[in-house]
Design a protein around this ligand. Structure first.
Ligand SMILES: *[C@@H]1O[C@H](CO)[C@@H](O)[C@H](O)[C@H]1NC(C)=O
Ligand SMILES: *[C@@H]1O[C@H](CO)[C@@H](O)[C@H](O)[C@H]1NC(C)=O
Length: 178
């Protein structure tokens, strides 16, 4: 009986130690990415406004029949989160409605105009967009989500290219340019 209890205690100790080291590893990784623990939770500072756009491919489909280019009508799904705290400010996925627009017409910010070029249908990317290529010194306004985008906010997007459409197919859902 005593041995069984000792064994159980030892197992519990090992378990909590490995949980601790896992947590420590995770914290180290976060610290490397610039996160700091504050009273409000994990936070990090916005990147300088003129920071380069970061484009990471997170999923590459086996077959790539066509790549997006300027002038294409594209349909995407995206999640937009704040670089500073990871909070979601907008998501076409939660809205259950894809975002449709024509590339190269300045109907959206430069982060999307540049970060969605040369993309295969079905490909997924992570974009880190500094404020200079997003909503600048003004920030977002006009909707509840946009209002969460403070001045100089760096934005992090998960995007998926759903389709490249013909103009006729795109028209009903299009977000028209300026
Ligand atoms: C935004 O950035 C600009 C230029 O870097 C700076 O002058 C301004 O004070 C910043 N605004 C806020 C609210 O931090
Ligand atoms: C958006 O977030 C949801 C929930 O976390 C996730 O399942 C989905 O893969 C994300 N989509 C993109 C395009 O990043």
């Amino acid at each position: 009986m005593k041995i069984a209890i000792a064994l159980l205690l030892a197992l519990a100790a090992i378990d909590s130690l490995s949980a601790l080291s896992w947590r420590r590893k995770k914290q180290k990784k976060r610290a490397k990415e610039g996160w700091r623990r504050t009273k409000k939770g994990w936070e990090r500072l916005n990147l300088p406004p003129d920071s380069k756009l970061q484009v990471g491919v997170t999923y590459r489909p086996k077959h790539c029949s066509a790549k997006s280019q300027k002038g294409d009508f594209i349909s995407i799904h995206y999640n937009g989160t704040l670089f500073t705290n990871g909070n979601v400010f907008d998501s076409s996925i939660l809205r259950e409605y894809p975002f449709v627009f024509q590339l190269g017409k300045r109907s959206t910010h430069d982060g999307f105009e540049k970060g969605l070029l040369g993309m295969c249908v079905g490909e997924k990317r992570k974009l880190v967009v500094a404020s200079g290529m997003a909503y600048g010194e003004v920030g977002g306004f006009g909707s509840e989500g946009a209002a969460k985008i403070k001045p100089n906010a760096t934005l992090v997007y998960g995007v998926e290219l759903l389709e490249i459409l013909s103009e006729e197919a795109a028209a009903p859902d299009m977000v028209w340019g300026l």
